[in-house]
Design a protein. Structure first.
Length: 421
């Protein structure tokens, strides 16, 4: 083996170590490690997602491409697995080509080395090419073991991804339903303030936020999985939960402050870790929270000191919202503004001064909600749906029982113990 073969073998060994290290950190290690250079973030974010994101933003086709964007994460996983397998095969091909003198028939080109390496990594083993020396045989055995481990781990990896994604979407849909899909943290705060089931909902939010923190840190590919429903997008619901927790901490009038603090701390750490993984911190510095923007909100919420409460809330929100805003821009998921219109409508509905249900505020456009004129009316009597009218028209005439005829579970002669009925 000359110096050229040694250089080829070194290059192959380096590629194999890089692939195995990336597989180990992506699948086996249970948390994100920001240090070191990895293949999977470079492939998914730099090569696949960033060009697609720039293309969609340049063409202003985010709404039309939403259905196609939901296919990105599954396609990225398949590309990542194919990249790992291809690079590992290439690495072993370089090692085998460097040892071609000890292989029969002797490998004449890199193409033949790739063929021998592929049959070894995929454990096919046709037997038409045989390793003769101890070192070449050890290389072939290592290739077969690496291929088996990679394929087995990849299958478990896909099952784990699907399980975490399903759990995230179920809890996100439940939390969104609890506040009427309003996409407003103030509405969630008001619904939890006097609700008898507030503890259960807060514990659900706490578990959901903590699970997102742990699962998405362990498997960052989950960040690219888009929610099935735009109303219950996981990033929007995370913003709603954090806003509700920050409002509760600023108001300091809830009996469940420990749960609100847990949601706030875990959620803030989660978005900070996600932004660090995606290297979004330069964008975060440009997002600031002004207290004056939230004074009308806390005025409607009945804060004793509006300016001080709004200032405290802006400090709390500054911890997580810049990272959330950067994630929103990176993943092309729009975050709704935190305005007081929805909270004001809900407060008016509680006092009976609203002419429609609070759940209907989610369907209003933002401008219409802000300019809505609240009138002291009672809740309207809704007309039946067309399908209800049609079903009622199909019913036949009511059956009038004849004298002496029993209906339902009544017994004749008023006797409940009559066995002949």
């Amino acid at each position: 083996m000359n110096w050229g073969d040694i250089a080829i073998a070194t290059a192959g060994f380096t590629i194999i170590v890089m692939v195995l290290s990336d597989v180990f950190q992506s699948i086996i290690v249970p948390h994100y490690r920001p240090k070191g250079t990895r293949l999977s973030p470079l492939l998914i974010s730099g090569i696949l997602w960033q060009p697609l994101r720039q293309f969609i933003k340049a063409r202003e086709m985010k709404q039309k491409a939403e259905a196609d964007l939901s296919l990105f994460a599954p396609a990225a996983i398949m590309c990542l697995l194919a990249c790992w397998l291809t690079l590992m095969t290439t690495g072993f091909a370089l090692l085998l080509y460097a040892e071609r003198a000890n292989i029969k028939p002797q490998l004449q080109s890199m193409e033949e080395a790739l063929y021998f390496a592929a049959t070894s990594v995929l454990t096919i083993g046709f037997g038409d090419v045989v390793a003769c020396s101890a070192l070449s045989r050890l290389t072939v055995i290592a290739a077969a073991m690496a291929g088996l481990v990679l394929l087995a781990i990849s299958v478990s990896f896909m099952f784990a991804i699907q399980s975490h994604f399903h759990n995230r979407e179920v809890s996100s849909q439940i939390i969104s339903s609890r506040h009427g899909h309003s996409k407003n943290g103030a509405v969630l705060y008001l619904r939890l303030l006097d609700d008898n089931s507030a503890v259960g909902c807060l514990e659900l939010c706490e578990r959901w936020v903590t699970d997102i923190y742990q699962s998405h840190s362990a498997y960052p590919i989950l960040l690219y999985f888009r929610s099935r429903s735009s109303r219950a997008s996981w990033l929007v619901q995370l913003c709603v939960a954090l806003d509700a927790a920050a409002i509760a901490i600023a108001m300091n009038n809830s009996r469940h402050m420990a749960l609100f603090n847990s949601i706030y701390d875990n959620g803030s750490r989660a978005v900070d870790v996600f932004a660090t993984y995606l290297t979004l911190h330069p964008r975060i510095k440009n997002v600031t929270q002004e207290p004056a923007l939230f004074q009308s909100l806390f005025k409607n919420l009945g804060a004793s000191d509006i300016e001080q409460t709004a200032a405290y809330f802006s400090v709390l929100r500054q911890r997580y919202f810049p990272a959330l805003s950067s994630l929103s821009d990176f993943f092309l998921i729009e975050l709704p503004p935190l305005v007081s219109a929805d909270a004001q409508i809900l407060l008016q509905a509680r006092s009976g001064e609203l002419s429609f249900r609070p759940e209907q505020t989610a369907a209003l456009p933002r401008q219409e909600a802000e300019s809505y004129q609240l009138k002291p009316q009672t809740l309207p009597v809704y007309a039946p749906e067309p399908w209800q009218v049609e079903m009622n028209s199909r019913k036949g005439p009511e059956r009038v029982p004849r004298p002496g005829m029993t209906t339902g579970f009544e017994f004749p002669n008023g006797s409940e113990n009559n066995q002949n009925h």
